[in-house]
Design a binder for this molecule. Structure first.
Ligand SMILES: NC(=O)c1ccc[n+]([C@@H]2O[C@H](COP(=O)([O-])OP(=O)(O)OC[C@H]3O[C@@H](n4cnc5c(N)ncnc54)[C@H](O)[C@@H]3O)[C@@H](O)[C@H]2O)c1
Length: 458
């Protein structure tokens, strides 16, 4: 089987729509071959995704509409994109939209077959994706795509609907598009490390997800959105928002989603922060065949950093991620001894007699690959819908988070069927209305209490 076939069949197994042979309506790109793009959520990643969209080399692209809830975010993003891409950015003031309805207005200014980028905090994903489907827009949406069970069920249904309409949908788990990881997957499938017997992944950094008391002059809702990593309704917390990538890449390499999670975690040094996160998480995920993935997350100043994923096989071991997401620097070793690389200071890698294979450097960014692949699928009308696997990855992240937050073993079915929807009225928010999370009488937001709150996380 060729590498591409292996990768494709594995993707199908993990949930990407396998639609070949099904008659689908062809959603055309604009007549003149230019694919028009709208950006909703103009922060760091949204702007980065727009840069990637405008940088594809397989045909012309143009940014034509932008939407955000914060004027400065939109203006800064516009200035950056305009200065870098000049005529490829055609967003006059009448196509720059602000407020909770801005996403609708931006999408309503587009034509069927155009593309919308959803770069807001995850809570808004299902609301905005529903409208994109109604408008016949291809979509790129950042991960996570859901933060709890009820929104995952909703997203899975929306994914089916978008596939029926032949809409191409990318989800920002860009590592799946990294050629170094794809080649590693192929080698693992071909048995180069034997059977996978254990996996390990670490995302340990110097902090994140804090929320000092709200300053004067900003509404509670605007504050929570601006600090979305701090609040479970908005992002799923640092667990979902940060750790999903490695949980996803390990599950991809393993060829299955974990069926249950057993986890610990705690709050040590939150200082004056009122967020809902723990400082440390340690999760044991179990795959259907009993194999474990051990994931450690820590957000703590002064402690050791590591941001890497590993697979251990019966006949060798593999590095899936070395230093963050890119470059992947995927490698295979004889035996189980993998040299530790925790910072760029450790590069270049020392000579190692156990090294069997390493992907050649330098590598192209997976953030660019995911856009090249999406635009290619749109232009060639190839089946391309990553919603199911994106929703499942988000759910599996929520499963580990809920296990740590409740102190219980949580299964895939339990998290999928857990009725706790963190922000049931997220589609009805207004600028001056209440936030989905309220301060308690103690002046603090509710936090998880493992062993005390066991059916819901807060
Ligand atoms: N794939 C990756 O490696 C990667 C990296 C970074 C971020 N992300 C994801 O991208 C998303 C955004 O993260 P970020 O770091 O860019 O955050 P950010 O705060 O920089 O950007 C979010 C933007 O969305 C805007 N926004 C919030 N609610 C909105 C609404 N209802 N309508 C319109 N605009 C709204 C905010 O004002 C802000 O400009 C998150 O889901 C995050 O997980 C992915």
């Amino acid at each position: 089987m060729s590498e591409q076939n292996t990768v494709t069949s594995r993707r199908s197994f993990l949930g990407a729509s396998a639609l070949a042979g099904v008659a689908l309506p062809h959603v055309h790109a604009a007549e003149n071959n230019t694919i028009q793009v709208a950006l909703v959520g103009c922060g760091g990643r949204g702007t980065g995704a727009a840069i990637n969209a405008l940088s594809v080399t397989n045909g012309p692209t143009k940014l034509v509409a932008m939407a955000d809830v914060v004027p400065k975010k939109l203006n800064d993003s516009y200035d950056k994109l305009k200065s870098q891409f000049a005529d490829q950015v055609d967003v006059p003031p009448e196509r720059r939209f602000l407020g909770f309805d801005a996403f609708r207005q931006a999408m309503d200014s587009m034509k069927k077959g155009d593309v919308v980028i959803l770069g807001t905090p995850p809570a808004f994903r299902w609301v905005m994706f529903s409208h994109a489907i109604d408008k016949g827009l291809h979509t790129f949406m950042e991960k996570p795509v859901t933060v709890d069970g009820p929104t995952t069920k909703r997203m899975l249904k929306l994914g089916e609907l978008s596939a029926q309409k032949n809409l191409k949908v990318g989800v920002g788990l860009m590592v799946r598009h990294c050629r170094a990881r794809q080649e590693l997957l192929n080698r693992i499938r071909n048995g180069q490390i034997g059977e996978i017997i254990a996996m390990r992944a670490y995302r340990m950094g110097q902090g994140g997800g804090t929320a000092p008391p709200k300053p004067e002059g900003i509404s509670e809702l605007a504050y929570q959105i601006s600090r979305f990593h701090a609040f479970l309704w908005a992002s799923g917390g640092v667990f979902s928002d940060y750790y999903i990538h490695q949980i996803d890449e390990c599950s991809w390499m393993k060829g299955a989603w974990p069926v249950e999670a057993h986890a610990v975690g705690g709050r040590h040094y939150r200082g004056d922060s009122l967020d809902q996160n723990f400082d440390v998480y340690s999760v044991q995920y179990t795959f259907p065949d009993g194999t474990k993935l051990y994931f450690d997350g820590r957000n703590m100043k002064g402690a050791r950093d590591e941001f890497a994923s590993y697979a251990h096989g019966s006949n060798g071991s593999a590095v899936i991620s070395t230093l963050s997401h890119a470059p992947g620097m995927t490698r295979i070793y004889k035996g189980q001894k993998i040299p530790t690389v925790t910072s760029r200071k450790d590069l270049p890698l020392p000579e190692d007699p156990n090294l069997v294979w390493a992907f050649p450097q330098p590598e192209k960014s997976p953030y660019q690959w995911e856009w090249d692949d999406l635009m290619e699928a749109i232009r060639q009308d190839k089946p391309y819908n990553e919603v199911k696997r994106g929703a499942e990855a988000s759910l599996v992240a929520s499963m580990g988070r809920m296990a740590a937050h409740t102190g219980q073993i949580v299964t895939f079915d339990q998290i999928l069927n857990c009725p706790h929807e963190f922000a049931p009225d997220v589609d009805k928010l207004t600028m001056d209305g209440p936030a989905p999370l309220q301060l308690g009488p103690d002046g603090k937001y509710p936090v998880p209490e493992p062993g005390i709150k066991i059916d819901r996380e807060y």
